[in-house]
Design a protein around this ligand. Structure first.
Ligand code: ADP
Length: 651
């Protein structure tokens, strides 16, 4: 019969079950007549009181009553039983409910029945409360409940589960072990202190480096490995940190096992709890002796560089990896009359002569993209407002790790040399010019004599005259070349462009060349009319140069072939020979002034023909180049822009 319907139900309204939460209702609803505990109104007063206290209590409580340890418990105890044991546990024997741990708690219960109370903190019990065995931890106490007779009638259990607290503590301990293992395996010296600054742990490296033992270091023992000269400062800083909870950083020496001192960067960090209160300190000491030495060396080498750079008359500048100017030496500020800050802010491009600016910047950007050295001649404005010629040489800078750090540039004033050169050019120009008139007369007289001898039938004289005319012509060509170069370099050369047919000019030059030589066969691949807008005479000089070289640098009887083609809006002239050719690495240099290949020393020449040709072609905005291989012949070619109306060939 359920307890609710019990006739004594009204009695005292079951005063001891008032309140009692869920468990109280359950106890009331249970059929207690069928349990060994029988009718509650007949329970001993001590049991009733205990049950009443238990049901009202927010903490987990449990009563095991009688020889079978019949169980009653409150709401706070339910989580300990889990879904596996509650609610079946109510009113049945503890032995049955806790069979998996009875061998542990049985003897304790027996002890309580014998009058002995027990209690344990963080006691582990392997409980099955959710369908599997788990390790659970409890703070608990077992106390006897005595009947009026003084006999112990049952056991009162109060319990707080500490499993999660215990697990958190274990995790913390594991973490600490992990941290220490880690700290033992890094090169830094590491230590930990309590909130009050008492160092309770050092890593292995600390002991290895200092050659001390944990006993030496106990408490404030670390002071023994400090330099007495700075110890006071260290203590002041450390104590200030302890007082304020602020981290600190300091560089000071620490004594090594061998008695030497090395410099250490020390960092001390507070470790704070959830409320922001410092509960520990974490310190690292990093050996920075090497770093300090390197910095020192760097400083010294920088100082040496500065001394050198400031003391020289060479203009020295530094740019960074993004091509910003970062340094100009004293020579620069003297030269320009501007302070370094101005030079850095406005850069150097403004000071370059407009004639040289575009070309030099293009050269710089091209080299910069490839991080290559480059050099060039340019005119730079000085403090007196005059442009001076400088030779600028630029080297890329690389850090030890290989990364590009910008350029170091040096410039020397070459104005004097330039002027010398100009004077020399003027002189050559003048001489060439003066030679031109007499040679033209000689040429005329020779031709006169030639025709007279021919008329007189004097074949020997006519033949000698022929040879003399050839030599005079060669001389004229040479003098013209020198004259052209002199004019070119003093900027006096003027192009006189006109529209003309390039194919006609080519044939003309071939005819002229064929007239003075008979060793080689010059052929011209047929091509349609090619109208260009250029200086006819100068382009003629270029073709003539290429033809005479093709003949000069190839064996007799070999072929020289000339072609002329059109591609898009440019015409291209190609001169191919079957001669001795030229090495790959010399190709670019051929077009430099006075350059002659060592391999061709036995062939006379001055090294100005190609230089002049290149200058002429460049002034026409064309390109000149060569493909060649030693002993396989050479192919020289140049391009010229077509005349605007070249699309309508005329006859
Ligand atoms: P020069 O012929 O008077 O020495 P150039 O300026 O015309 O001067 O030529 C420069 C150099 O280029 C020559 O000395 C020669 O070494 C090389 N060169 C020019 N044309 C040819 C060619 N067709 N085949 C091989 N080498 C050549």
């Amino acid at each position: 019969m359920p307890y609710m319907q019990h006739e004594k139900d009204s009695l005292a309204d079951l005063y001891f079950l008032k309140g009692g939460g869920e468990m109280g209702k359950l106890i009331r609803a249970a059929d207690w007549t069928s349990t060994p505990l029988g009718d509650p109104s007949e329970w001993p007063a001590s049991l009733r009181t205990a049950v009443a206290i238990m049901l009202d209590n927010p903490f987990g409580m449990y009563i095991a009553w009688g020889p079978e340890y019949t169980q009653l418990y409150n709401d706070g105890y339910r989580p300990i039983l889990g879904s596996t044991k509650h609610p079946q546990a109510l009113g049945i024997s503890t032995r049955e409910t806790f069979s998996e741990i009875w061998h542990i708690i049985g003897p304790m219960f027996q002890g309580v029945m014998d009058g002995k109370a027990v209690g344990f903190p963080d006691f582990m019990l392997p409980l099955n409360r959710n369908g599997f065995i788990e390790e659970c931890y409890f703070d608990f106490s077992y106390s006897p409940i005595r009947e009026e007779t003084g006999e112990v009638g049952g056991v009162l259990v109060t319990v707080i589960e500490t499993t999660s607290k215990k697990k958190a503590e274990d995790a913390l301990r594991e973490n600490e072990v992990r941290l220490r293992t880690l700290a033992d395996n890094i090169p830094n010296l590491v230590w930990m202190a309590n909130a009050d600054g008492y160092i309770f742990w050092y890593n292995k490296q600390w002991y290895d480096y200092t050659g001390t033992t944990p006993a030496d270091m106990e408490g404030w023992g670390w002071q023994s490995v400090h330099d007495p000269a700075v110890l006071q400062d260290v203590l002041v800083k450390w104590k200030a940190s302890i007082a304020t909870g602020e981290p600190f950083e300091m560089i000071f020496p620490l004594k090594a096992a061998n008695g030497n001192f090395c410099q250490f960067l020390t960092r001390v960090m507070p470790i704070k709890d959830g409320d922001g209160k410092v509960f520990q300190w974490f310190g690292t000491n990093t050996d920075i002796t090497r770093q300090i030495e390197t910095e020192q060396q760097l400083k010294e080498s920088e100082e040496r560089f500065r001394l050198m750079a400031e003391g020289t008359s060479i203009l020295i500048g530094l740019g960074d990896e993004s091509s910003n100017a970062i340094y100009f030496n004293k020579a620069w500020t003297d030269f320009t009359g501007r302070p370094m800050t101005d030079l850095i802010r406005y850069g150097w491009t403004e000071m370059v002569h407009p004639d040289d600016r575009e070309q030099y910047i293009a050269k710089y950007l091209e080299a910069f993209a490839e991080r290559k050295p480059f050099s060039g001649e340019l005119q730079v404005l000085n403090r007196d407002g005059q442009f001076r010629w400088v030779l600028s040489q630029n080297q890329p800078r690389f850090s030890p790790d290989g990364s590009f750090g910008g350029y170091i540039s040096t410039c020397v004033d070459i104005t004097e040399q330039k002027q010398d050169e100009l004077r020399k050019n003027d002189f050559i120009g003048m001489v060439s010019h003066e030679l031109k008139t007499p040679i033209t007369s000689i040429y005329g007289y020779l031709q006169l004599l030639h025709s007279k001898a021919s008329k007189d039938g004097d074949e020997l004289t006519a033949h000698i005259m022929d040879k003399s005319i050839l030599q005079a012509r060669k001389m004229t060509t040479m003098i013209n070349s020198y004259l052209n170069i002199a004019r070119l370099e003093s900027g006096k050369i003027q192009l006189s462009p006109s529209n003309f047919y390039l194919n006609d000019l080519i044939l003309e030059m071939i005819d002229e060349m064929s007239a003075v030589q008979s060793t080689h066969v010059i052929s011209c691949a047929p091509c349609g009319p090619v109208l260009v807008h250029a200086d006819r005479e100068k382009i003629g000089t270029v073709i003539s140069n290429l033809l005479s070289n093709a003949i000069k640098y190839s064996p007799g009887k070999s072929q020289v072939e000339v072609r002329c083609t059109i591609e898009h809006d440019t015409a291209m002239v190609v001169v191919r020979d079957e001669g001795i050719g030229i090495r790959q690495e010399e190709k670019e240099k051929l077009f430099e002034r006075y350059y002659r290949s060592d391999a061709h020393n036995n062939i006379p020449g001055f090294g100005i023909g190609l230089y002049l040709s290149a200058e002429i072609i460049q002034r026409h905005h064309g390109r000149i180049s060569v493909d060649s291989e030693p002993n396989k012949g050479s192919v020289f070619y140049f391009t010229l822009p077509l005349a605007r109306d070249s699309g309508t060939p005329q006859e």
